[in-house]
Each structure stands twice: as structure tokens, then as C-alpha cells.
Design a protein around this ligand. Structure first.
Ligand code: SF4
Length: 369
């Protein structure tokens, strides 16, 4: 499998909870960045046939015609395999007939829509630029134009959000009948407006108990309609994200662009996370890598568990043993025994989180960091 992540770090405005590598960019800066991105990709020996391509951000859907032309030039260097998946992250307000023409020309066959909530008041609190009506219009237009593989990103545990609001979001989601949902709890990150507001006492986070009740409500309702295949991801049968499964199964992938990371030949590399530094290195014909870690066998095995346990089916013991030439149950005897005692994992043919473990994922993962 050849998988590529490309980062487009520009947004029209900054959401108050967001700490992704992103910035508000001028038109000329975005174009210059894309030209550098093309140069960076040319420095790698990427196999010609690509299985999954993910254009993430930032907000790739803000690009204009001239900028999509550069993306087209980049994408045209590759051939897509028969069952390829090419996802683009979009904001609902950018879904217009003209943009969809570009997506078709590029070969995009999966749309990931950043919705977060259908509640207009909460959307304003998050500093999003869309409202519920725009989400419905976007999904309808996508379907009309033949984009059936749509994923919606939602968020819960937003300050001021009540259980009724979550139930309402789930109801709105189900009425859109989209085949994939990513549903994450809000995480408070440093260097965000939300963090400052918390420190100033302007907003407060929801308590853990309510957050857990919300997650339980989301899982139990969505499971009636979707395959719950990862802690935060739900899909109709055969619509599980192929690209993200590359991450969760600890496979190699290329990462291009400012702030992107990749994993090649057991080396995890992290690109410069400032546009200026990124451009400087690429313009000097240097790979724009900020730092990289060559993983030891022990680290690789731990990562396989750390990532694989996010999947509801967990990791298959036999496959893991064969892949890494170990006896994984013996290797992590101590860790598994403690986690079993706490009722957080099950160890059988597969090692996986229990229902309780879904709520204490970070605690489980901390054993493998
Ligand atoms: S959440 Fe998405 S749209 Fe909002 S600032 Fe972050 S990257 Fe940009």
C-alpha cells in the first residue's frame, strides 16, 4: 500500500479550540506554499501507484482555481490503484458546484466535512463560519453531484453543551444518512482561545461524568446504524476510512507539507511547523524535516499496540507475533496483567479494549508510550 498525507495549513479564520498546524494565509502566500509543496514531493521517490491520498488541513477547500491547478499538477504525477481512496477535508460553506468540479477533476472520491455540531449557538462559540442549514445544503449538493462517500466530523463535550444538544446533534446526523462519522470529545489545547477563556474563567469545561454519559449516548445510538470500528469512528459497512486504518495498523506512509508527519522505513519524521521555515528549507532543496526518530524494535511494537488498540477489534495476536517475531502476550505480560485486572482490555485471539476501556483509552495507551 502507498499512502500519502498532504497538509494544506491555511484557514479563513481560526477556530477557538484548534491547535493544528494552521494559519490564516494571503492568496499569494498560499500559492507560494503550494509551489514549495510540489518541490518537496518531487524530492521523494514515491511509488507511482497510490492507494490512499488524504488532503488535510487547515482547510484545503479554501483553495482557488489557480491553487487547485497546482494540486492537480501534483496529483497527476500519480496513478491511483483500483480501489483507491482520495479524501479532501472541507468546510461546509465551501461546498459549491465549482469546487465540486475541481474535486472530480482531481479524482477525489471521499469528502470529510468539518461540521463539529449542528447547534448554531455552539458553532458561533467555536468560531466556525457555517450554520446547520449550510451543512444540510452541502450534504445535499455533494450527494446530487455523486459524492456518496461522505464523512462528517462532530465534537462533543463543548462548553455549554447539554445532553439534549448532543441528542439533537446525533438526530441531525442520522437524518443526513452519511456513511462515515468521526466523533471526538473536545480536548483543551494550550495556545487556543478556549484555553485563555478557561484561565480567565469565561468558560468552563464539562465535568468528566457528563462527558462520559455523552460518549455512551453517542456510541449506543450510532451503533444501531453504523459499524463502530474505532474509538471515535463509525461507518456503514465498507466505508471505514482506508487512509486512517494505515495509521492505526502502524503501516508506513508519506507525509508532505508544513507540520505534516510521515513514517517511512521505521523512521517517524516531522516537518517544520512554520510556513517560513518550511519554505526556507524547500527553497534550499532540503527536505523540510524538523526532527525525526528512528524507532527501535521495542518502540515499533509499542506503537503497534498504542495505535491498534484504538480499533474496536484491537490487534490480532497471531498477526502481531508473526509481523514482529515476538510473543506479544509474554512481551507485555506485566502491562496486560495490570490492564486485565482493571477490566480495561480483553486478551484472546485479539487484544482489545473492553467497553469500560473505551472510556479510559488514554490510561491504557499510557502503558505503551
Ligand atoms: S479546526 Fe480546521 S478550520 Fe478550524 S482553525 Fe483548525 S484547521 Fe482551521
Amino acid at each position: 500500500m502507498t499512502s500519502i498525507y498532504i497538509h494544506i495549513p491555511f484557514c479563513e479564520r481560526i477556530c477557538f479550540y484548534c491547535d493544528f498546524p494552521k494559519k490564516v494565509g494571503k492568496k499569494s502566500e498560499i500559492t507560494t506554499y503550494l509551489q514549495a509543496l510540489r518541490q518537496e514531493i518531487a524530492m521523494y521517490d514515491v511509488p507511482n501507484t497510490v492507494d490512499t491520498l488524504y488532503l488535510g488541513g487547515g482547510t484545503p477547500s479554501i483553495l482557488n482555481d489557480e491553487q487547485f491547478e497546482i494540486i492537480n499538477d501534483i496529483v497527476n504525477k500519480f496513478t491511483f490503484s483500483k480501489n483507491y481512496e482520495f479524501t479532501i477535508e472541507c468546510n461546509p460553506e465551501h461546498i459549491t458546484p465549482d469546487k465540486l468540479k475541481w474535486f472530480k477533476k482531481l479524482g477525489v472520491n471521499r469528502i470529510s466535512l468539518g461540521v463539529q455540531t449542528f447547534n448554531d449557538k455552539l458553532l458561533r462559540l467555536l468560531n466556525r463560519n457555517h450554520n446547520k442549514t449550510m451543512v444540510i445544503d452541502a450534504v445535499n449538493l455533494l450527494k446530487k453531484e455523486g459524492f456518496t462517500n461522505i464523512s462528517i466530523d462532530l465534537m462533543f463535550a463543548i462548553p455549554f453543551q447539554t445532553m439534549d444538544m448532543v441528542i439533537d446533534d446525533v438526530y441531525n446526523l442520522l437524518s443526513l444518512d452519511v456513511p462515515h462519522v468521526s466523533y471526538y470529545s473536545l480536548i483543551l489545547e494550550e495556545n487556543t482561545v478556549f484555553n485563555r477563556w478557561i484561565n480567565e474563567g469565561k468558560i468552563t469545561l464539562l465535568d468528566n461524568e457528563l462527558e462520559a454519559l455523552m460518549y455512551e449516548e453517542i456510541i449506543s445510538t450510532l451503533k444501531k446504524h453504523y459499524h463502530h470500528y474505532e474509538i471515535s469512528n463509525f461507518a456503514y459497512s465498507n466505508y471505514e476510512s482506508k487512509h486512517n486504518q494505515i495509521y492505526w495498523t502502524n503501516e508506513h506512509y508519506y507525509g508532505f507539507g508544513m507540520g505534516a508527519s510521515g513514517y517511512l522505513d521505521n523512521v517517524r519524521y516531522y516537518n517544520e511547523d512554520r510556513v517560513n521555515k518550511y519554505l526556507q528549507k524547500v527553497n534550499n532543496s532540503e527536505l523540510p524535516i524538523m526532527h525525526q526518530d528512528e524507532l527501535t524494535k521495542d518502540e515499533i511494537i509499542k506503537e503497534a499496540l498504542l495505535l491498534g488498540l484504538r480499533l474496536i477489534d484491537g490487534v490480532n495476536v497471531k498477526e502481531l507475533n508473526e509481523r514482529y517475531q515476538i510473543d506479544v502476550v509474554k512481551y507485555f505480560q506485566q502491562e496486560f496483567s495490570e490492564l486485565l485486572q482493571q477490566g480495561l482490555i480483553e486478551v484472546g485471539e485479539n487484544i482489545k479494549l473492553t467497553h469500560k476501556g473505551l472510556f479510559y483509552g488514554n490510561e491504557v495507551f499510557s502503558y505503551f508510550i
